[in-house]
Design a protein around this ligand. Structure first.
Ligand SMILES: [Zn+2]
Length: 301
């Protein structure tokens, strides 16, 4: 860091909480706060906008000259052409010029990226992906997101959707996805997808965690579903290895705590890749919940 490096403010807007971090010019956190994201409000978009602006202003006031870069992480995609939010899990953001609206209210530019991109950038710069040139980041949670970093910089792609592997349509006869396609990676290997597979096979609702625990306890119903899940994980991740041949793949999100993904799942992924002996490391994230907010701080302008 040079002495002229800026203070960096990162804001991570999630479905349930919004978090802010202020990094000093040496990259040390000086402020970290978490508040509920205002949801199911009659004017949800305005409430989220106001909350985000308030948190950014609060962080700016903590800096010596009330100056700093600002980056924002959202659970959605920003169209590279129009600047509008598309396909966001917080649906009140969809079709809104969220980035421009925040910039206008703050009177300064702000950067905005998808949460999987922020995760990948943070893990690439400060986490499990450090030291690897090309890092593919995967968030396995309620949904599935992906991002791509090369030499510590995000690769966005022509439309800003690079890495959106979660919506690769794998199975035309598969389950409908919110994006309009069927059998997307997200419908197969997200927590929701795992739970739904159990429900379809056994007519009972069981959480992803309970299915994994049941499989470990040797319950046949859970084992069958979980083995199929690991195989599909391998097929989907093996495809990434063949397509991009990244130097490392980093997993995040709630399901990244499943140890089998780094043993059996990783073996399957390597078997499905187009190489007799791929050595692609499939790594657990190091930053946990903090990756989104740190990634947001690093994209700031
Ligand atoms: Zn989809």
């Amino acid at each position: 860091m040079t002495p002229s490096a800026p203070y960096r403010i990162g804001i991570d807007i999630g479905g349930t909480k919004t978090e802010v971090v202020l990094l000093d010019p040496e990259g040390r956190p000086r402020l970290r706060e978490r508040v509920p994201t205002p949801r199911r409000h009659t004017r949800e978009y305005e409430a989220i906008l106001e909350n985000t602006v308030r948190m950014a202003e609060h962080a700016l006031r903590q800096t010596p000259r009330h100056e700093g870069t600002i980056g924002i992480c959202i659970p959605g995609i920003i169209d590279a052409g129009t600047g509008c939010v598309i396909n966001a899990n917080i649906t009140s953001l969809i079709d809104k010029s969220f980035q421009q609206d925040i910039a206008r209210q703050l009177g300064r530019p702000v950067a905005m990226e998808n949460d999987a991109d922020c995760f990948t950038l943070a893990e690439s710069l400060q986490g499990a992906g450090q030291g690897f040139a090309m890092v593919f980041g995967i968030i396995l949670g309620t949904g599935v997101g992906g991002g791509l970093c090369f030499n510590g910089r995000l690769y966005r792609g022509r439309h800003g959707i690079a890495g959106e592997w979660g919506h690769m349509a794998m199975d035309p006869d598969g389950q409908p996805c919110f994006c309009g396609n069927r059998g997307c990676v997200e419908t197969l290997i997200s927590g929701t997808g795992l739970s739904a597979a159990y429900q379809r096979a056994h007519g009972q609702s069981l959480s992803a965690e309970a299915i994994v625990a049941g499989a470990h306890d040797g319950q046949p119903d859970c084992r069958t579903i979980f083995q199929a899940f690991l195989d599909t994980f391998g097929r989907c991740v093996g495809g990434i290895i063949s397509l991009l041949d990244p130097d490392a793949i980093v997993l995040g999100g709630g399901l990244s705590n499943i140890d089998d993904l780094y043993t059996e799942g990783a073996d399957k992924a390597r078997r499905y890749a187009f190489h007799p002996d791929p050595r692609t490391p499939i790594l657990k994230n190091k930053l946990g919940d903090s990756a989104g907010v740190y990634g947001a701080a690093w994209i700031g302008i």
